[in-house]
Design a protein around this ligand. Structure first.
Ligand SMILES: Cc1ncc(COP(=O)(O)O)c(C=O)c1O
Length: 448
């Protein structure tokens, strides 16, 4: 028997070393309830945009329970399962045209790694074995695993592991708030992809991966008009696959099923996660163009990717129930409508709060940027930790947001993602904005 010894700190040290995060004991709809009995509006949507249909939805819980009673696990290397097949079929019917090959994974990192591995295998199947480079963007995020860290541009999440990662080429972000070119409608930042492909040699480049709306690193920054269309043209011209990372922005969050639809651009591979299972079970989805799947089939090369829980039937049952709920309750339209309300209410706070520099995003994937000076847009220092102070103030005021730093240049820059469940009502949006208003006042009262 293991002997347990009482220690000063709790055994769980992830992620707060002092273990001082509030404990959530229950959740329902848009609310999280703390051990102390407080209700918080969940505008962090899990980490980013997970909670799509809200908490404790009976239909989803029942679907998962039914599946658990039938079969909880089958190894994907040997068997298929009914819910995984049904979910793949349902997704293939809703993705942008041509993206009809579907594979199920369990996390965003697993699916983006699967996507770049698929790109690599496609080029091997096409007899272009030199194509291996993955071009991505600074201030883009594609996962915490070491592979994904190499093609992610989240400086703070990379630095400590720098000597261990397989680093990949990067171009700059397209960040209209801090880039005069993007603000003026120039596509110079997209053209940087072409220059980079030419520098490395198109024969060596397998794919380009980007978030259509940058989430964790920058706080809901959508691609500027024309940017993704130009990226598509460049990828086509140089035989480079375009991977859209919709882990955060996919499945209705932005007011369309997939964010790329806002610009009418079709990627070769689309990776999504979070909202597809709404936090009820770990699930990520890769959809690939039929031409890519066919190339692997023709070459007779199985795709080497996937962790133990890939194609999991319980996760698939959760995904089916969540998608059904989104459809039945018209939540993609709700995301557009409530998103417009939330955005304009946040914008209305700007004249009253000197640190509220920018409000941006699409649908219910919104973000605020906090700055020392709204005219010069000068950021706070990293040590000021304004985003995290704001996050704590929001919790004091009854709202959970997802704060982050490093969006401005990879080191400095404070933002918070505001991504409530798609089921949020108009009255709850108002309460959410009032909480943010009070939190901003609280933070400002501590500044010189
Ligand atoms: C755009 C994007 N890609 C990939 C990931 C990694 O997902 P996961 O944390 O599930 O591995 C995230 C996580 O926030 C993300 O926002």
């Amino acid at each position: 028997m293991v002997e347990s010894v009482a220690r000063a700190h709790s055994a769980s040290f992830f992620p707060a070393l002092e273990g001082d995060l509030p404990t959530i004991v229950r959740a329902e709809g848009v609310y999280l309830y703390t051990a102390g009995g407080r209700a918080l509006i969940d505008a962090a949507g899990g980490v980013g945009a997970v909670t799509s249909v809200g908490h404790a939805v009976p239909e989803v819980i029942e679907a998962i329970t039914r599946q658990l009673q039938r079969v909880a696990f089958v190894p994907w290397t040997q068997f298929q399962s009914e819910p995984a097949q049904k979910l793949a079929q349902a997704i293939a019917e809703m993705t942008p045209r041509g993206l009809t090959g579907v594979a199920l994974f369990t996390s965003g990192s697993e699916v983006t790694e699967g996507a770049v591995k698929l790109a690599r295998q496609y080029w091997l199947a096409k007899n272009k074995p030199d194509k291996h480079l993955v071009i991505s963007r600074w201030q883009g995020f594609h996962g915490m695993t070491l592979g994904a860290t190499g093609f992610s541009g989240h400086t703070q999440r990379r630095r400590k592991y720098q000597p261990m990662i397989q680093d990949m080429p990067k171009i700059g972000p397209a960040y209209a708030y801090r880039c005069a070119d993007c603000a003026s409608g120039s596509l110079r930042c997209a053209d940087e992809l072409e220059r980079t492909i030419r520098w490395y040699g198109p024969e060596n480049v397998a794919c380009f991966i980007a978030e259509p709306v940058v989430g964790a690193t920058m706080g809901a920054v959508p691609a500027p008009p024309g940017y993704l269309a130009r990226i598509r043209e460049i990828c086509d011209a140089y035989d480079v696959l375009f991977i859209a990372d919709e882990v955060m922005c996919g499945f209705g969050r932005t007011g369309k099923w997939f964010a790329v639809e806002h610009w009418d651009v079709v990627p070769d591979i689309l990776a999504a996660a979070k909202g597809v299972s709404g936090g009820y079970a770990p699930l990520a989805v890769l959809t690939a163009h039929a031409r890519i799947v066919a190339a692997l089939r023709d070459a007779g090369t199985p795709w080497v990717a996937g962790h133990t829980y890939a194609q999991n039937p319980v996760s698939a049952a959760a995904g089916l129930a969540v998608l059904d709920y989104i459809q039945q309750h018209d939540l993609v339209r709700a995301a557009a409508e409530r998103g417009a309300q939330l955005r304009s209410s946040l914008e209305a706070l700007m004249p009253r709060h000197r640190i509220l520099g920018d409000v941006r995003g699409l649908g219910l994937l919104l973000g605020v940027e906090l700055v020392r000076d709204p005219v010069s847009r000068e950021p706070f220092t990293v040590e000021d930790a304004i985003a995290f102070r704001f996050g704590r103030a929001c919790i004091d005021e009854g709202v959970a947001v997802y704060p982050g730093q490093s969006g401005a240049d990879g080191l400095v820059g404070d933002h918070a993602l505001i991504t409530p469940p798609l089921v949020i009502t108009a009255a709850q949006v108002e309460a959410l904005v009032n909480g943010i208003d009070r939190a901003l006042t609280q933070v400002e009262s501590t500044l010189p």
